[in-house]
Design a protein around this ligand. Sequence first.
Ligand SMILES: [Zn+2]
Length: 323
Amino acid sequence: MGTEQWLAGIDIGGTTVKLSFITEDGAILEKWEIPTNTDQGGVMVVQDISKSIQEKLSTLGKSIDQLGAAGVGAPGFLEMETGFVYEAINIGWKDFALKEELEKQLGIPVSVDNDANIAALGEMWQGAGDGARDVLFITLGTGVGGGVISNGQILHGANGMAGELGHITSIPEGGRPCNCGKTGCLETVSSATGIVQLALEFLPQHPESSLKAFEQEGTLSARAVIEQADAGDACATAVVEKSMYYLGFAIANLANTLNPSRIVIGGGVSKGGQTLLNPLNDTYSKFVLKRVKEAADIKIAELGNDAGIVGAAWIAKEAKRKA
Ligand SMILES: [Zn+2]
């Protein structure tokens, strides 16, 4: 009949906003991006999103009635029920009523959750989570994010902080400072930034390393480290092993706590694939309980950059179902 409404899946990042129209079955009908305007504390972001959605609908010959609901993933610390963002440093928001503002602009119900949580839900729904209801999801990007899905629901905890896996303490004493104000967080060793920092620490003992040239050219990146490890460079290999040791240690402890049926690694760094998975699995196997490991192996995420928009559509769909 063609009367089925679509869901708008929106993933707000520090440089781009990803937008999409998605069916209730999770099929992506349209997806596009707009730049995130972080000027003046991000005041224009909501208006830009609303305008872009209206324009896209009109080029498709549709009105806002075509959309049943919208879901949004946003970075930072926020409260899911009210869609209130306490702080999103990358955007510039502080005490910003995201859900309320966007509902005002679009005129449809809006649901909000943090970006790592919606990526986890996206993978659960359509990706490597494969419909599993107990999923541990870790994103390795500029930082380390996480989402814990238990019995099909994202764990939010007492005040929305559950799943902040990047701030698990990996180095109790003498670790590097983290953005959160602590030191020695998992993020300082297993994120893209953390991998580069480890490489800079290791390089003085490895003057022969192929990473030296990257350092001198100012092009040292997590990707370069992983590629050089792949090519057999001893220093790069040691960096990857160290970084994945901390990650595997954290994941094993989390798995022993949560007993997930899927463990999924996403984010830009996860493109390193097997080069990361081999040392990661070694540490994970060492510290995880045997029966816990039987329930879940570590997999690389499947949806890539689409995990956020798909998960955002999922929370919109769930909110609609419960309404
Ligand atoms: Zn931290």
